[in-house]
Design a protein around this ligand. Structure first.
Ligand code: SF4
Length: 714
């Protein structure tokens, strides 16, 4: 075979090497959350990515990519990428924009924001971080240095309510130590779809004999590996947790030493959980009393045992915060808190990821103390949120924009913002239209970007540099594998360039992105110069993961310095200090009159493996896996309604209806309808009231309300 032919074969086969002109460069996928961010080998030829693969030796993702990451090239080179900065010239929402230079766009934003600051105060400008999340610390600093307390994020519907719950109970919390656990209680999370890099560890541990208890209404790929599946009615996690606690206490399976020495309010809690006998709990949750007892015995009787939960399924309920308090209380009750093989507490290094070293992330983000700024959006309505979460509560934004109380919100600078994230998304849309000035930074011309006055093109993780830590004590300063496409720029560069214009007193912001990274890294002993020498990443040495049972020396960071079964903070706020179970605001038990017309329980927001919120709908590969918006419904419920698989149906709630296809599946139990949350043509959030919210956390009740599904005759 001639050399030329070999060369052609290598080129066609995308085999790296000089003859094919293909080089493999290391980067990461940032499509989903920072706990994943799988390592990617980008095959680059003539300045373009021609192929992607999972990085084989990557300590976190170990060469795997999910369907979304595998479609990265369709993401990077999509025709809808915004190519230049744009300034609106037509009516708001008309899509009429004029391409302008970066200088003009940034000057326009700066002039407008500074004018609003002068007229009605810096708090009249809100800053919002959606996806991707990597730019969050920089945007938060920009907001605070500008003087606005109103930095908020999509975590107002994700993660922060679980963080609040564990802060109320323990002050801090930790992820499950799966490799060392003997039993794993997986509570309403599906790692196969939302945390794929954890699956291998989980299955390896299963091979070694790990017992698995799964809790959640839906069947998931984990179900067939589970010893017990507690298939609860949506919204009843709290009752199940209290029922398990009742068995654990009644049978003396709890950790007397932990409970006796380091907890607060145990007697109150013990008296309360007495109500939740297995029979009562069965009646509420729909799980048989025998299974509840078996699960309680297995979890409390196997040492050590860890609990795995997720950022949102347990708190997307109008009773969500107390649900999550109830279930995480089981960790302390059974003595599995901050122990090997339990839930181990490790301080976060950067962007929520504990990697074993300390950085100055929090000092960097919060450049101005809260006392020097106005109250945050949502502070009156959600005082406990504002005590425990270092952000404004974005769910209150539409209410404050419309009311102007206690002060007006006139401008919003958003990164990767989608108004469809809000329950009653039409109400958020109307609120955004009332703003004097809206900016969105994004990859694509989304519906929210289309509404904006200025739109700025961001570049993807392949086109920029970012500081990334992984829990496997690994760090990487990613380097662009290709030049930013068209005129797109890194979010960080955009933020620092705005900082030079609107946060002139902030010395670090004036010094720039890389100087800030060095400042943040300082306590870790790492420097950017050192990280740049390791483009594939660096294993951290001498990591300080800290001892177990840290509370024995320092107490818990709660008001009582103990783990609180009865919360001091909630009591002081005039709220119920116990993790008390309440029915969801809309349920067959709490609103039987509504349930007559809407007899099914609607649950939304569970992941499909090929979609990450709305981010991957526009990609041909991922969209082909489920092209039409569809509602999952049990064959028995479908048959009772004369519905066949694939039929067009009407999904309705008291607020409205949507036309979608029926997907007949036993993934959902009878009586439950499940729909993915971000279909552009079938937005389920239109069917949910804007104030269908947990009164303590402000989180939407996405996962338990009432609906009906009927054959669409139109
Ligand atoms: S989207 Fe998939 S490939 Fe990308 S980081 Fe998440 S799990 Fe990994």
């Amino acid at each position: 075979m001639s050399e030329q032919m070999v060369s052609r074969i290598r080129m066609n086969g995308k085999v790296p090497g000089r003859d094919a002109g293909i080089e493999v460069r290391k980067t990461l996928c940032a499509i989903c959350n920072p706990f994943s961010h799988c390592g990617i080998d980008a095959y680059v030829k003539d300045g373009a990515v021609v192929k992607v693969e999972g990085s084989k030796g990557h300590p976190h993702s170990q060469g795997t990519l999910c369907s979304k990451g595998s479609a990265s090239r369709q993401y990077i080179y999509h025709k809808d990428r915004i190519r230049t900065p744009l300034v609106r010239r037509g009516e708001r929402g008309s899509g009429e924009f004029e391409a302008v230079s970066w200088e003009e766009a940034l000057n326009t934003i700066a002039e407008k924001l500074l004018k609003i600051k002068e007229e009605t105060g810096p708090e009249s400008v809100a800053f919002f971080a959606g996806y991707t999340k990597w730019m969050r610390p920089f945007l938060k600093r920009l907001a605070h240095s500008f003087g606005s307390p109103n930095y908020c994020t999509e975590s107002s519907t994700c993660f922060q309510a679980t963080a609040m719950a564990v802060k109320l109970n323990y002050g801090y919390f930790g992820p499950p130590d799966i490799p060392n656990a003997k039993c794993l209680l997986v509570w309403s999370t599906n790692p196969f779809h939302s945390n794929t890099s954890a699956v291998r560890r989980l299955l390896d541990a299963r091979e070694r004999g790990l017992k698995i208890i799964e809790v959640g209404p839906l069947n998931t790929p984990l179900t067939r590996h589970a010893d017990i599946h507690l298939r609860i009615r949506p919204g009843t996690s709290g009752a199940l947790a209290l029922g398990m606690a009742q068995v654990i206490i009644e049978e003396s399976l709890y950790d007397r030493e932990f409970v006796g020495n380091v907890t607060h309010g145990f007697e109150e809690y013990r008296n309360y959980v007495k109500e939740f006998t297995p029979e009562v709990t069965e009646d509420i949750t729909g799980v048989s009393a025998d299974l509840i007892v078996a699960a309680a015995r297995l979890y409390a009787g196997t040492k050590p045992a860890a609990m795995m939960n997720s950022a949102s399924p347990t708190v997307h309920h109008t009773n969500g915060l107390q649900n999550h308090r109830a279930l995480t209380a089981l960790v302390g009750l059974t003595g599995n808190f901050d122990v090997k093989g339990g839930n181990y507490v490790a301080p976060p290094t950067w962007l929520y990821v504990p990697a074993g070293v300390v950085t100055r992330e929090f000092a960097f983000e919060q450049s101005r103390p809260w006392e020097q700024m106005a109250p945050r959006v949502g502070q009156d309505r959600y005082p406990v949120w504002c005590k425990l979460v270092e952000e404004a509560q974005a769910m209150h934004l539409p209410f404050q924009i419309r009311s102007g109380k206690p002060y007006p919100i006139r401008a919003l600078l958003g990164f990767g913002m989608r108004y469809r994230m809000w329950p009653g998304s039409d109400s958020m849309l109307e609120s955004l239209k009332k703003l004097d000035f809206l900016v969105n930074v994004d990859f694509f011309m989304t519906e929210t970007a289309r509404l904006s006055d200025v739109v700025l093109p961001a570049c993807t993780s392949f086109e920029r540099s970012e500081l990334k830590f992984w829990v496997e004590n690994y760090v990487m300063w990613t380097q662009p594998v290709i030049e930013p496409l068209w005129e797109s720029r890194s979010d960080a560069d955009i933020i620092f360039d705005l900082g030079r214009r609107i946060a002139r007193d902030d010395e670090l912001m004036q010094k720039g992105y890389e100087a800030s990274i060095d400042w943040i890294l300082e306590p870790s002993g790492l420097t950017l110069a050192e990280l740049k020498k390791h483009p594939a990443g660096l294993a951290l040495k001498d990591v300080k993961m800290g001892p177990y049972r840290k509370y024995e020396k320092n107490g818990f960071p709660t008001p009582s310095k103990k783990m609180e079964f009865s919360s001091t903070i909630l009591k002081e706020a005039g709220l119920d200090p116990l993790p008390r179970y309440r029915e969801p605001n809309l349920s067959p038990r709490s609103t039987p009159e509504v349930a007559k017309k809407f007899p099914l329980i609607l649950t939304t927001g569970a992941r499909l493996p090929m979609y990450q919120h709305s981010r991957t709908f526009r990609l041909g590969w991922t969209r082909s896996l489920r092209p039409d918006a569809s509602v999952d419904i049990h064959p028995k419920d479908a048959s009772a309604r004369g519905i066949s698989n694939g039929d067009w149906v009407s999904l309705s709630t008291p607020r409205g209806s949507l036309k979608v296809r029926a997907n007949l599946t036993e993934i959902v139990p009878p009586g439950v309808a499940n729909i993915y949350h971000a279909w552009p043509e079938a937005d389920v959030n239109l069917l949910i009231e804007p104030d269908y919210l947990d009164p303590i956390s402000g989180f939407p009740g996405f996962k338990s309300l009432l609906c009906e599904v009927s054959k669409d005759e139109g």
